[in-house]
Ligand binder design. Structure first.
Ligand code: NAP
Length: 539
């Protein structure tokens, strides 16, 4: 078989894969991106459900590594829609002339570390074999869809869609009865659009969630120009704020304010829109009283907006706000005032099975023509675990991570037994708690500099030490335990799939602090790692 040789293979052509390819090519290395889809974009290629949008302000949802590139693009709206983000990523691919080194419609199925040759052998669903010194995962945190194994779904006579695998052609809901399962970010955004067309729309809701107002709007020419002129400040925010984005904050604990002042601050955020309910006070995610102030504010808003008392009550979330990803929506709670929109709580009335004419619950069947699964992703680890990755001595990533129950990494970037394998925004890095392009740039820059170090010193392999993995897991857990996050079952803990808590797989200390740790590791000659060097070239 014809084996293709590269310095690096990169999996995925989303934000991470595109920037990694650019950096390695600049370094003079040969690199190839392998991407399963037939276009670039990563999760933004697939998540084309109606209303799909980003929840970071678009002026921050761009690459900042090149001032010239940043200044060439103008975002149309405060929150960019999926088609616009896809356009942006295609623009980046063209501007940087990346396409010749991106291979589409190619899914990586297996990667095996070859002990003798000290390189990775990568197999694809196209029957090709690649060999590369470096293997870099840009598979993303949220790309493997979670479709709960409801019995009987094959018997349903109508249409079924998952938000994360939406068809390319427009789905017409006119005159149809639609059931939506799931009310996370994807479900909320979808429902706002589907409610405009459908004859009936019913949300089957397991857990009520907090939805803040987005206040999306077209950006004026002045706002666009302001973003361009603020380039330096935006870049500064990427790496010097906890979330890689500037959010509104008073910089003080909730307890520093009277109840009236707290309410004024929260009203200000509700009116100006966005994710700042989580940042307005410094202790929202760490202190139960501060958290209650903010969560009660949202419950009060629901009561103000939703006319039917029972429906309002059912929509009341009761977990600590921000411990599941805060959602932003546009007049979301208002849609429950419309006669054709219905809410069914699954709390005492769970889904039993899908039947040919709808969804059978414990207390009866909700008949429908369309089922939309907005049931999320096998977050953080799902996409890597799907690939058959075999490190030293035949050890697989599934074995190492006990199928996701016991994730072990160093900095969320590397793993013991898996030399020269780097993960961009892997589990145990800040990733999904940040503005993703910021986290991606930080990781790609770090990996690029690490590769420069290895190449300059003639090092064949770098690999995390077991002790550094243990120490890193402890740091992640210790930080999470100082917050309210572990109190809630969510996909931050992997508990969205089967209700089983799997340890906290995100570094919650902030991207700014995380970057400082990564930079220190690099400055200390990649402490916590072991190296292999050609024998003639002793370290
Ligand atoms: P999600 O937040 O995991 O929400 C999944 C929803 O499906 C939840 O309401 C969940 O209920 C429900 N669900 C799952 N399994 C179920 C079952 N067996 N029966 C009934 N309900 C079930 O997924 P998502 O909405 O796709 O969002 C995932 C993440 O993607 C977001 O948090 C965000 O980070 C990202 N995202 C971002 C944007 C954006 O604006 N940039 C847009 C979409 C997605 P429970 O809550 O009870 O588990």
């Amino acid at each position: 078989m014809n084996v293709k040789q590269y310095d690096a293979i990169i999996i995925g052509a989303g934000f991470a894969g595109l920037y990694m390819l650019h950096k390695l090519r600049e370094r003079g290395l040969s690199a190839r991106v392998l991407e399963a889809a037939d276009g670039v974009g990563g999760v933004w290629y697939w998540s084309r459900y109606p209303g799909a949008k980003c929840d970071s302000d678009s002026i921050y949802y761009s690459f900042t590594f090149s001032e010239e590139l940043y200044k060439k693009w103008r975002w149309k709206d405060r929150y960019a829609s999926q088609p616009e983000i896809l356009q942006y990523l295609n623009f980046v691919a063209d501007e940087l002339n990346l396409r010749p080194d991106i291979q589409l419609k190619t899914r990586v199925t297996k990667a095996k570390f070859q002990e003798e040759a000290k390189q990775w052998e990568i197999s694809t669903d196209q029957g090709e074999i690649f060999e590369a010194k470096y293997l870099i995962s840009g598979v993303g945190c949220l790309s493997t869809t979670n479709i709960p194994p409801f019995e009987g779904s094959e018997s349903f006579k109508g249409e079924q869609y998952h938000t994360g695998r939406w068809p390319h052609d427009k789905v017409d809901f006119t005159g149809k009865r639609v059931v939506v399962i799931g009310n996370g970010s994807s479900g909320v955004q979808t429902m706002q659009e589907v409610a405009k067309e459908a004859k009936e729309m019913t949300l089957l809701m397991r857990t009520p969630h907090y939805v803040a107002e987005a206040r999306n709007h077209p950006l004026s020419k002045e706002e666009q120009e302001q973003a361009i002129n603020n380039y330096k400040d935006i870049r500064e925010a990427f790496f010097n704020t906890p979330g890689g984005i500037r959010l509104y904050t008073t910089g003080k604990s909730a307890t520093a304010f009277s109840a009236k002042e707290q309410k004024e601050k929260l009203e200000h955020i509700w009116e100006t829109g966005g994710l700042s309910l989580g940042s307005v006070f410094t202790d929202v995610s760490a202190n139960k009283e501060a958290n209650f102030v903010v969560s009660q504010f949202v419950r009060d808003k629901i009561d103000e907006i939703v006319e039917d008392r029972d429906t309002a009550q059912l929509l009341h979330p009761n977990y600590y706000i921000t411990t599941k990803r805060l959602i932003i929506g546009t007049n979301f709670y208002e849609i429950f005032n419309e006669d054709h929109v219905h809410l069914v709580s699954l709390k005492d009335n769970p889904i039993e099975r899908i039947v040919e004419n709808g969804v059978q619950l414990k207390n009866g069947t909700v008949e429908c023509d369309v089922i939309i699964y907005a049931t999320g992703y096998e977050a953080m680890t799902g996409s890597l675990l799907k690939i058959d990755i075999e490190g030293r001595n035949g050890k697989t990533i599934q074995e190492k991570w006990e199928d996701g129950r016991n994730v072990k990494t160093y900095l969320g970037l590397m793993m013991e037994s898996f030399p020269n394998l780097f993960m961009i925004t892997g589990p145990q890095s800040p990733s999904v708690l940040t503005n993703m392009p910021a986290a991606i740039e930080q990781h790609v820059d770090w990996v690029d500099q690490c590769i420069e170090y290895l190449e300059e010193k003639g090092i064949q392999t770098i690999e995390a030490q077991k002790e550094s993995e243990l120490e890193w897991a402890k740091q992640c857990d210790d930080l999470a335990n100082q917050t309210l996050y572990p109190y809630t079952n969510s996909w931050y803990t992997g508990a969205n799939i089967d209700g089983e808590q799997r340890g906290f797989v995100i570094y919650v200390g902030g991207l700014n602090n995380y970057k400082a740790i990564c930079d220190q590791v690099a400055a200390n000659d990649y402490e916590g790692c072991t190296f292999e060097k050609l024998q003639s070239n002793v370290l």
